[in-house]
Design a protein around this ligand. Structure first.
Ligand code: GAL
Length: 443
């Protein structure tokens, strides 16, 4: 099943050779005390993405993938959390926690259900969400594209298509003209840095399964190439990445043309890669997975969005296994609170841009783990801020359990759970944990 981050971590763990101690936090403890107060105006939020919570996203590329016979996906997104209807309830949850911001995404497949046909009703839907945020005192942080694209776009090869940057820019232009006035911060793409490279380190059978699913979808639709916006298998990674980068550039320009003062960024997936010993592979890994996009962000963005869930420690041969006493997520991957600060520091070093943590969280049914992680990670983040790294906000992934791509509903990151039949939301104790920090604006 497709969970890119866990797959990446478990795949690299295959090459592991020696244990590493989790002593960086302990070392940190000897450093100067952390000032618990966050700066005034710091954004405290929770994050979601349209396809993962809205439900019945029939025109999206993944709807075809999820439903094609033999699919690699564990289950279909179906009704999800029915947030297309229940978004006011979701906003009330954010408000009720005492957060001051909400990150969500626009669904391109709803706004442009057929190529060149834009839906004012759907644009109005997202406008109502933006206004709903404002009415509750929440600052809307809007991702223009969070992985899923319209099925007509995927049916033209997705980001392989030479027209893809222009198509994305047109979508950004139309959406910005309708919505930009109320938005606090905008991001173009979600984690584009993993596209086309993640496949290099995955077990070959997974790539083969993803490829077969895409081929089955192409056959069903009678097109030569069907490439959804989130894919493990990418036929031509070089072209695909170049088009995404150009799409980002043109997307930023389109949004800025409508509202020059709206801060625009991009959210990247960044592990906290640490180097040990002589000739550690760490810098090679950073070059391969992040630097191209970090450099593009430095040239084109007002801020950098950092999304971190784990660390990896590299020696000269590969990644080291987690310490024996590590706490682990539902996928068996180490959960290490210092990783967020490490990733943030690195993104800042390369870009020198203000940082928003646009995602951080944990896949676990044990909410005690989430309650432990949140304050510990925020303390390390604050230490980094005290050292001068300009972090402006923290968005926890996720407001609510949701459709975790290839894993379906079995991987749960939510501060709230929901009932699959009634859609009733229930807060987990971690929601209060994050809420109390946000309300105090202090650790
Ligand atoms: C990110 C992604 C989210 C969510 C999260 C947890 O890669 O942006 O959509 O799935 O990971 O795995």
């Amino acid at each position: 099943m497709i969970d890119r981050r866990s797959l990446m971590a478990s795949a690299v763990a295959l090459g592991a050779s020696a244990a590493v101690s989790g002593s960086a936090l302990a070392r940190g403890a000897k450093m100067k005390p952390i000032d618990p107060r966050f700066p005034e105006g710091f954004l405290w939020g929770a994050a979601t993405a349209a396809h993962q919570i809205e439900g019945n996203n029939l025109n999206a590329d993944l709807w075809v993938i999820e439903n094609v016979p033999g699919t690699i996906f564990a289950e279909r997104s179906g009704d999800a959390a029915n947030s297309f209807e229940l978004w006011p309830v979701d906003l009330d949850l954010v408000k009720g926690m005492g957060l001051n911001s909400y990150r969500f995404s626009l669904e391109w497949a709803r706004i442009e259900p057929d190529e060149g046909h834009f839906s004012n009703a759907m644009l109005d839907h997202y406008k109502a969400m933006i206004e709903g945020c404002r009415a509750r005192g929440l600052k809307p942080v809007v991702t223009f594209n969070h992985f899923t694209t319209p099925r007509w776009f995927a049916a033209k090869g997705g980001w392989h298509n030479p027209e893809s940057p222009a198509l994305f820019a047109r979508f950004c232009d139309r959406s910005a003209r309708h919505l930009a006035a109320g938005i606090e911060l905008a991001t173009t793409l979600n984690e584009p840095n993993l596209a086309g490279v993640i496949g290099e380190i995955l077990p070959p059978q997974l790539l083969a399964g993803d490829k077969a699913t895409q081929e089955a979808a192409a056959k069903q639709l009678g097109v030569p190439l069907y490439t959804p916006g989130v894919s493990l298998y990418i036929k031509d990674p070089k072209t695909y990445r170049a088009n995404m980068m150009e799409g980002h550039r043109r997307g930023v320009a389109a949004i800025k043309a409508v509202r020059p003062d709206l801060p625009v960024g991009v959210s990247l997936a960044i592990l906290d890669d640490q180097a040990v010993g002589k000739n550690s592979m760490r810098d090679q890994i950073r070059e391969r997975y992040y630097n191209e996009w970090l450099r593009l962000a430095r040239e084109t963005c007002d801020f950098i969005g950092v999304q971190n869930y784990e660390r990896k420690v590299w020696n000269a041969k590969g990644p080291l296994p987690a310490p024996a006493d590590a706490r682990r997520n539902a996928g068996g991957i180490e959960v290490w609170p210092g990783s967020l600060a490490g990733a943030v520091r690195y993104a800042y070093e390369v870009t020198k841009l203000p940082v928003y943590v646009t995602e951080h969280g944990v896949n676990s049914d044990d909410d005690a783990l989430r309650q432990w992680l949140i304050p510990a990670a925020l303390a390390e983040l604050k230490r980094t801020m005290d050292d001068g790294v300009p972090v402006r906000g923290y968005f926890h992934w996720s407001l609510i359990d949701n459709f975790e791509w290839g894993f379906g509903y079995h991987h749960r990151f939510g501060l709230h759970s929901f009932d699959r039949e009634t859609f009733k939301r229930t807060a987990k104790p971690s929601a209060e944990m994050l809420g109390s920090i946000a309300r105090r604006n202090s650790l």
